[in-house]
Design a protein around this ligand. Sequence first.
Ligand code: DAH
Length: 337
Amino acid sequence: MENPEVIKEKFDQELKALSQREGLSVLKAHYIGKKGFIAEAIKALQSLPKEERPLRGRILNELKEYIERRLIEKEKELIEIEYLRKLTSEKIDITIPGRLQRFGTEHPLTKTLKEIINIFSSMGFSVEEGPEVELDFYNFEALNIPRDHPARDMQDTFYITDDILLRTHTSPVQIRVMEKRKPPLRMIAPGKVYRCDADVTHSPVFHQVEGLMVGEDISMANLKAVLEAFLRELFGPDTPVRFRPSYFPFTEPSAEVDIGCLLCGQRGCRVCKNSGWLEILGAGMVHPEVFKAVGYDIERYTGFAFGLGVERIAMLRYRIDDIRLFYENNLMFLGQF
Ligand code: DAH
C-alpha cells in the first residue's frame, strides 16, 4: 500500500461506494489521517533511493490534496442527496382537500333549558337545585300529598325504600328552599325527574323547571303576568296564552296554562288534538298547607308556583315528535340544532 496508484484506485472505489455521510470521516482517517495510507507512504519514502524521493513525495502530496478535495465534494453530494430524499419523503400535496372539522352542537334540551333559565333570571328569579334521590316528605308529604292521597296515583313513582324515592317532580325543591329562607323570594329549580312511564311522549327520566314566588302581596295576577311574559319571550310576542282551572294538591286555586298551537296556528291539528291549544305548564297559588309545612305565616304571606316540562317545550319549539330522540345520542339528529 505504498504505491500512490494503488492508494488512489482503492480510495476512488471506496468513495464511490459510500452512501452515508458518517462514512466520510472514517475514509478521511484511513487515507489522510495521521496514521493513514498517505502518512505511511510518506514514512516509507526513507527506504527509497534519495533521488527518487522528491518526485514520489510530490506525487503523494498531490494525491493527498486530491483526496481532500474529493472528500469535500462527496460530502456536498451526499448532503444534496439527503436533502432531496427528505424533500420527497416529506412532500405535501397541497391539492388534497382538507379534513373537515366537525363542530359539536348544543343539545336541544340544553338550549331550551338555558333559554328558560335566562328569561327567569332576567326577571330576578334565583336558580336553585335539589336532590334527585328524595325523601317522601319533600316529594309528597310537605306538598300536601299525604300517603293515602289519591293524587299519589297521578305519578308513577320509583321507590327505593318506603321513605326514599326518585323525585317525581321538581316541586320538592320549593320546600327545601323555603325551609332555608324567609320570604320574599323568587326562584326556579331546573332538574331531572323520574316516573315509571315510557312511550312516544313519556320518558322515565325527563326535565322540569319549577318556579316559586312568595311575598306579602303576591296574587294570581302576578302569576299570570310572569307566566305570560315568560311564554311570549320563549314562543314569540303574539303567542296566545290562556289559563284553565285545574287541580294540584299543593296549589289553590290551580291552573293549567295553554298556548295557541304553534303547529297549526290554532286551526286544529293532530298535535293539539284539534283544540287549537297546547297545554304547557301547571301552576297555582301556593296552598296554605304547604306554607304550614315550612313554618311560613299564612296570614302574612302568599305565593304562586308553577312547574313545566322541558322536553315538551323543546318538542314544540323544534317540532320533534318523539321524546326518545332526545336520549339516543344520534348525531344526525343532534347535528341539526
Ligand atoms: N309538580 C307538577 C307535576 O309534576 C307540576 C306543577 C303544577 C308544579 C303546579 C307546580 C304547580 O309548582 O303549582 O305535574
